[in-house]
Design a protein around this ligand. Structure first.
Ligand SMILES: [Zn+2]
Length: 349
């Protein structure tokens, strides 16, 4: 049995320290464990006959009943790819943002594990009560959308686990690293910061993802024939830029490769399911407006038009960012409340 020190926060790296890949860190206090990330590594040249490299989970095996959760920072395989192998032995819910969870679920589905795993979607505003831990989140930019830093409140202090990040002030989705939240956490006090950023030892800064689009414009305009582009299949922002700019230049876009096709589908489904939900609300609203009394017409019309703008902003989410969708959603909410209030006041009178 691997012993931990009592009444102490034990931070136990199970992989990913001083190496690339298989990121996994266990946080233990009072016999309870929260695991951040569950990644795999791809074999190096000398690892002949090896398909995947998994983190050493002996510590988790020995404490399997005390694992409260797996919290995943972002949708790169070196941060979630070992889930199907680890969850076979250790059963605990998985918490991640929408896109990260969609990638993870697709991987679990390939292994026939989707139904047996509790997968919970979180946002940067979520708070998880995992006694003795409270887990919160902070938006960060990275080369895959929807990345989160994890903030773990423990009885002895707060730990900030950044996940992979970069500071991109003009990301494609408008979702920047929440430096205000990070600054506030810093002011309130942080016991430990575990931070991971590629090339952190090199001087200077990495360019913004939106600069890549400028290069695409130039290349797509000048190239006489076909343009071949390669990138990581999780690099949804880059693929999105290529699709949009190709279309602006009257070019057709095709994806090739299993992961590429799969991930593009996953990213598209994110908004297409929202669009079909809005369509459903719109059609039930038309039914309501036919049967409703004419005195509610102004409120119904207001709700209709705010739904229309929500739909437009969802369609253009890649261009305008999530903030515009949130704003449109808030306006739908307030028109719905107005309709509800006027219906209630009619009932009372
Ligand atoms: Zn990453």
């Amino acid at each position: 049995m691997t012993d931990t020190v009592p009444d102490t926060l034990n931070i136990i790296p199970l992989g990913g320290m001083g190496e690339i890949g298989k990121n996994m860190t266990a946080y233990e206090y009072g016999g309870k464990i929260v695991v951040v990330d569950c990644g795999l590594a791809f074999p190096r040249d000398e690892m002949l006959g090896i398909d995947l490299v998994l983190p050493d989970i002996t510590f988790l095996r020995e404490h399997k009943d005390d694992v409260l959760a797996f919290v995943i920072t972002h949708g790169h395989e070196d941060h979630f790819g070992a889930l199907p192998y680890v969850l076979r032995e250790i059963s605990a819910p998985v918490y991640a943002s929408r896109l990260t969870l969609a990638f993870a679920k697709s991987k679990l589905d390939e292994h026939g594990l989707l139904r047996s795993v509790e997968a919970v979607e979180v946002t940067e505003d979520s708070v998880l009560d995992l006694d003795p831990f409270t887990v919160r989140f902070c938006a960060v930019t990275h080369s895959v959308p929807d990345a989160l830093a994890i903030v773990i409140e423990t009885p002895v202090g707060r730990v900030v686990h950044s996940g992979d990040y970069k500071f991109d002030h003009t990301p494609i989705d408008g979702r920047t690293t929440d430096v205000n939240k990070l600054a506030q956490l810093g002011q309130e006090g942080v016991l430990a910061l575990l931070s991971d950023s590629t090339n952190i030892e090199s001087e200077g800064s990495t360019g913004s993802e939106s600069q890549v689009g400028q290069a695409f414009h130039r290349i797509f305009a000048e190239a006489e024939g076909r343009v071949l582009m390669a990138c990581f299949s999780s690099h949804i922002h880059r693929i999105q830029q290529a699709v949009q700019i190709a279309s602006l230049h009257g070019r057709k876009f095709a994806v090739s490769g299993r992961s590429m096709v799969k991930n593009v589908n996953i990213a598209q489904n994110g908004t297409s399911s929202l669009q079909s939900a809005i369509n459903d609300v719109q059609s039930s609203l038309s039914a309501v407006s036919k049967s409703a009394k004419s005195e509610f017409k102004p409120q119904v019309d207001a709700l209709r038009s705010s739904l229309d703008s929500l739909k437009t902003s969802v369609q253009n989410v890649s261009a305008n960012g999530l903030a515009s969708v949130e704003q449109a959603a808030r306006s739908v909410e307030s028109s719905a409340t107005a309709l509800e209030n006027s219906a209630k006041s009619k009932q009372c009178s």
